[in-house]
Design a protein around this ligand. Sequence first.
Ligand code: PLP
Length: 396
Amino acid sequence: MSITQQTLNRAQASVMQNYGRAGVVMVRGQGCYLWDTDGKQYLDLFAGFGGSVLGHAHPALVEAVTRQAQDLWHVGNALWTLPQIEFAERLKAHAFDGRAFFCHSGLEANEAAVKLARLYGMRNGSNRWKTISFLKSFHGRSLAMIAATGNPAVKEGFGPPVPGFTNVDPLDWDSVLRSIDDQTCAIIMEPVQGEGGINLYPPGYLKKVRQLCDERDLVLIFDEVWTGCGRTGRWFAYQHEDVVPDIMTLGKAVGGGLPVGVMYARTDLAGLFTPGRHGCTLGGNPICMAVSRTIFDLIEKENLLEHASALGERAVARLRKASSITDKVQDVRGRGLFLGIELRAEPIDFINKSLAAGLITNLTSKKVIRLAPPINISESLWDEGIDRLIRLIESV
Ligand code: PLP
């Protein structure tokens, strides 16, 4: 029996099977490459759902972790630590004037955002506590976030949904308007829907939602868990449009693969989280914060936003022009290095074929191939990856 098979047998016997995992076990990563227990090399075009935004074992991140681990590992949030403050300053420099709350995951950041919006809606004796979210959205797996998520499959079997969330079709503007009542306090949306299939809104749509929130005094929450931290070629995806949210949530890339979530709120709103209102014991721990700070410094120093934009545009153009796959491909879309290739038909056994070809890719919504490589992937490796992907699509 191969080492891989032995390891998979151990996994079957000890780890929950709540993910549809592929039958490989990864043991090493370097840059944009991964290696499995059999020594097979893979080109990583998905970066662990975008988490490994600067690839694997980046020397500067390894150094940041190592140094911080030697200095200070954890003290808890009853005390201040420098890395947390320094990273919050980086966020402020690149986003809007606000304050950061740190946790471990995207869903926790969204929970914190909804709680803060409720505090806003309930202040001065008002009774506004409901949040509107959109169909095909994804906001996390907690009981409240499955209620926010606009996909019935994630709610199935978990009993009555947590009250206070209405999922509406974002493109049916009348139903968006109808869904708001005098108890509504917030709208939460992803600037580009990730799990739903890399869905971009029509130009001007974010601005329209911003205006609606202004008119109705609603808190606008942009869930940038997928799209934040350079993934789309800007620091945050809202910066592609002339809009600023009241709250932005981050996850995935913000920790470079370590568990970091951020709820970043406009300063006056942030003030509603007075001491004791919300918390997270390990949130913002020094090691994670040292990594997040270093990621932001590297994105800036190495001009990775421009790089991600340019590589993304180039790949979209190439994939759209590739005549050998026009019969297979319905649409190519995305922003920066957050790309979706929608196939005309559901491919059979796509992920195993991708792995056999030495490529890490992902499939969402049954027929949308998703790419989210490390944003520092070199031009030549990215071109090679797209060539190999085209050959893979030809074969499915
Ligand atoms: N929000 C969005 C847009 C996501 O894509 C995800 C995860 O895929 C989440 C929230 C939840 O993040 P986490 O899995 O870190 O809780």
